[in-house]
Design a binder for this molecule. Structure first.
Ligand code: M6R
Length: 606
C-alpha cells in the first residue's frame, strides 16, 4: 500500500518523479507529494487527491533539485489530506513511508519531550524526527541503523537530507522496496513497476536492509549497518502491457485479456504432445504430501476456496483453506506432510506474506501461486508456480483470478494422476477440455449488451445477493466482491443452501439476486433454492450454461447462458458475466473503475 519513488540524478528530477507517481497510483491515491533538495533546503509539495491534482496545484518548474523523493498514499494513520500526505519533513530530513509504525505513539511522546514539534496525525512523521534526533550524535549510517532498530512494525522508507544533499537512503522491513540503476542516475521504488519505464536493472532489498543511493553509486547495508553485496537482476521489458490501449479502463482490458491468460497458462503448464501437466522441479516427492493448506486474501482467497472443491474432487488430499489475516494469528498445528500454498496476484500482500513467513519459520513446505515473480512471496517460497497473466493494473482483480484458478486446477489434476486418483482417460479428457477453454471464454466475453442493460437494476437496488452451490459458490463470493468493490452496492455472496438459515430474511420485493446454476451435479438443488427466493419477491438473474435441458422454473427475471463444458471448468465461464456486471454497474454510476474508493491494488499493510 502506498507508493514510493526516489531519484538521484545529474539533472532535475521533479517531472520524472511525477511520472513515476502516476504509475504508482494503483498502490494508493488519496494524496500525493514530493520533496527535492535545492538552494540548501528541503522543498516539499503535497496535495490531497490524485497526482494530477498535485501537478495542477504547483508549478513543477519551480521545484528544482537533482535529488528527490515522492509518494502516493493510502491512509492508515490520519485522514487523507495535504498535511498527512507524504513526504514528512523536519528542518533537515524528509521521509516517505509505506507501512505502519506500531510504536509511533510512544516514540512521539519521547520525541515531543525532547522538543520535537509534530504537524500531522501520521505515524511516519515520528520517523522523520527520530532520524533528525539520531543525526545529532551519529554519522549517517549509524543514525539510520539506530533509527531502524527503534521502529516496531513494517516499513519501506525513502529519506533525503538537507546536509547530505547528494543521496537518498532506502530501508525495508516488511514492505517491498527496490533499487534501479540508470545512466548517470539511480532510483528507489516501492516496486519494479514504478522503475520499469526508467530501467530494467533492479536490486530488491531484503527485510532489515538499507541502502544509500547516489547518482553514480549504490551501497547496501544489513541491519547492523555492515556493507553487503547484492545481485542486480535484469527484468524483461513488456511496457505495452502497462498501457490501456483502446480500452476505457484497465479493468475492461484485463477482462478481455482472459482468453490469453488461459492460453498462456496452458502453454506454460500443459505438454501438448503428451497431453500431460508439466510441473517441473517440484521439490518434494508426491507421497510426502498428505494435505494441502491454501492461503490468500480477497479474490485470491476465493481462488483458494475454488481449489478446495477441485482438490477434493480429483484427489484424496485433506484440503484446508484460510484467510491470511486469520491464519497468522491462530494457534496453528503445523503438519510436516502438508503443502502450504500462498495465492497472491501481487506477491506483496502483507497478511499473505506474514503467513508464508510463519510457515517458513516452522520449516513447512511452501509454494507460491503468484503473478509478480519478482515479488517477496515468490522469492521467499520454496517453490513458485507463476500465473503468467501479465501486469494487472485495475484494483479489481479479474484476469489474475482466472490465472490463479487455472494453475490450481492444473495442480489438482497433476496430484490426482500422480496419486492414481483419477483415471487416465478422465485425465486426458480434462486436459482436452482445458485446451478448449480459451475459445469458450472468447464466446462468453461476447455476452455484453444483456449485462449492460441488467446492471441498471442493480444500481437502483438497496442491496443484492449472489448464490451458488458447490463449484459455483466461490464464484458467487467473487461476483459479490466485485460488485461491492466497484459499485459500492451492498452485495453478499452465499451458498444457495444457506439462505433458509437466516439470509432469506433479507429478500424483499424487487431485490436483485444472482443465482449461479450451471447444469452440473448441484443444478437441481440450486434451482430449488432459487424458487425459494423468487417466492419471496426476488428479481432473479439466473446464470447458467447453454444446454438442451430446459430450466424448469417460472418467474425468472433474466437469464444469461454461458458456453458449456465439463463441470470442473464452468466456474471460469461463470466468472465473466459477473465481472462485466460489476464493471457496467460502476461505469453507469460514473465511479472510478480502476481506482475504487478507499482501496489500493497492493495491500502491504496488515
Ligand atoms: O495481490 P493479492 O492477490 O494478494 O491481493 C489480494 C486482495 O487484496 C485482492 O484480491 C483484492 O481482494 C482485490 N481488489 C479484489 O478485486
Amino acid at each position: 500500500m502506498c507508493g514510493i519513488i526516489g531519484i538521484s540524478s545529474n539533472k532535475s528530477v521533479s517531472s520524472s518523479i511525477i511520472n513515476s507517481l502516476k504509475k504508482l497510483e494503483y498502490r494508493g491515491y488519496d494524496s500525493a507529494g514530493l520533496a527535492t533538495l535545492f538552494d540548501g533546503e528541503i522543498h516539499e509539495i503535497k496535495s490531497e487527491g490524485r497526482v494530477n491534482h498535485l501537478e495542477k496545484n504547483f508549478d513543477l518548474k519551480n521545484l528544482k533539485g537533482t535529488v528527490g523523493i515522492g509518494h502516493v498514499r493510502w491512509a492508515t494513520h490520519g485522514i487523507p489530506n495535504s498535511i498527512n500526505a507524504h513526504p514528512h519533513s523536519s528542518h533537515n530530513v524528509s521521509v516517505v513511508h509505506n507501512g505502519i509504525i506500531e510504536n509511533s505513539t510512544l516514540l512521539k511522546k519521547s520525541l515531543s519531550d525532547k522538543g520535537h514539534k509534530f504537524k500531522s496525525q501520521t505515524d511516519t512523521e515520528v520517523i522523520t524526527h527520530l532520524i533528525t534526533e539520531n543525526l545529532k550524535t551519529n554519522e549517517l549510517e549509524e543514525a539510520i541503523t539506530k533509527t531502524l532498530k527503534q521502529l516496531d512494525g513494517s516499513f519501506a522508507l525513502g529519506i533525503i537530507f538537507k546536509e547530505i544533499p547528494d543521496l537518498i537512503v532506502g530501508a525495508r522491513r516488511g514492505s517491498p522496496l527496490a533499487v534501479g540503476y540508470g545512466p548517470s542516475e539511480n532510483y528507489l521504488g516501492s516496486d519494479s513497476y514504478a522503475l520499469k519505464s526508467m530501467t530494467n536493472k533492479i536490486t530488491y532489498l531484503d527485510d532489515g536492509e538499507f541502502c544509500i543511493i547516489k547518482k553514480d553509486q549504490v551501497n547496501f547495508f544489513n541491519q547492523n549497518g555492515k556493507k553487503i553485496n547484492k545481485k542486480i537482476l535484469e527484468l524483461t521489458s513488456d511496457e505495452l502491457s502497462y498501457e490501456k490501449g483502446d480500452f476505457k479502463h484497465f479493468m475492461a482490458k484485463e477482462i478481455e485479456e482472459q482468453p490469453t491468460t488461459i492460453k498462456t497458462g496452458i502453454k506454460e503448464y500443459i505438454d501438448n504432445l503428451n497431453n500431460d501437466v508439466n510441473i517441473f522441479n517440484f521439490p518434494w516427492k508426491i507421497n510426502e504430501i498428505k494435505s494441502i493448506t491454501l492461503i490468500g486474501c480477497g479474490t485470491a482467497y476465493h481462488s483458494c476456496l475454488m481449489a478446495k472443491y477441485w482438490f477434493e474432487k480429483l484427489t484424496s488430499l485433506d484440503v484446508t483453506i484460510d484467510i491470511a489475516s486469520e491464519f497468522r494469528y491462530r494457534n496453528n498445528r503445523f503438519k510436516d506432510n502438508s503443502l502450504y500454498i500462498f495465492v497472491s496476484q501481487s506477491g506483496e500482500t502483507a497478511d499473505t506474506y506474514a503467513a508464508l513467513n510463519l510457515c517458513n519459520q516452522n520449516k513447512m513446505k511452501t509454494c507460491a501461486v503468484v503473478n509478480v515473480i519478482e515479488s517477496s512471496i515468490a522469492r521467499d517460497s520454496n517453490y513458485v508456480l507463476p500465473i503468467h497473466c501479465g501486469p494487472e493494473i485495475g484494483v479489481a482483480s479479474t484476469k489474475a483470478f482466472l490465472g490463479q484458478i487455472l494453475i490450481l486446477y492444473i495442480l489438482a489434476l497433476k496430484f490426482g494422476i500422480l496419486k492414481n486418483e483419477i483415471k487416465k482417460d478422465d485425465y486426458l479428457q480434462k486436459i482436452k477440455d482445458l485446451k478448449n477453454l480459451p475459445i469458450l471464454l472468447e464466446k462468453t466475453l461476447l455476452l455484453d449488451n444483456d449485462i449492460q442493460a441488467i446492471s441498471s437494476t442493480f444500481n437502483e437496488a438497496k442491496g443484492s445477493m449472489f448464490l451458488g452451490r458447490g463449484f459455483s459458490y466461490p464464484i458467487a463470493l467473487e461476483g459479490a466482491l466485485k460488485l461491492k468493490e466497484l459499485s459500492y452496492i451492498h452485495a453478499e455472496g452465499y451458498p444457495a443452501g444457506e439462505m433458509k438459515h437466516g439470509p432469506l430474511a433479507l429478500i424483499e420485493e424487487g431485490m436483485p439476486v444472482v443465482v449461479l446454476a450451471p447444469k452440473d451435479s448441484y443444478y437441481k438443488k440450486t434451482i430449488s433454492n432459487m424458487q425459494e427466493v423468487i417466492a419471496r419477491g426476488a428479481k432473479v438473474l439466473l446464470i447458467t450454461n447453454k444446454s438442451t435441458d430446459e430450466v424448469f422454473s417460472e418467474n425468472i427475471w433474466q437469464t444469461i447462458e454461458v458456453e458449456s463444458t465439463n463441470e470442473d471448468l464452468l466456474p471460469f465461464l461463470l466468472t465473466v458475466p459477473l465481472q462485466k456486471l460489476a464493471y457496467y454497474s460502476a461505469l453507469k454510476k460514473g465511479y472510478d473503475i480502476d481506482k475504487p474508493r478507499n482501496l489500493a491494488k497492493s495491500v502491504t499493510v496488515e
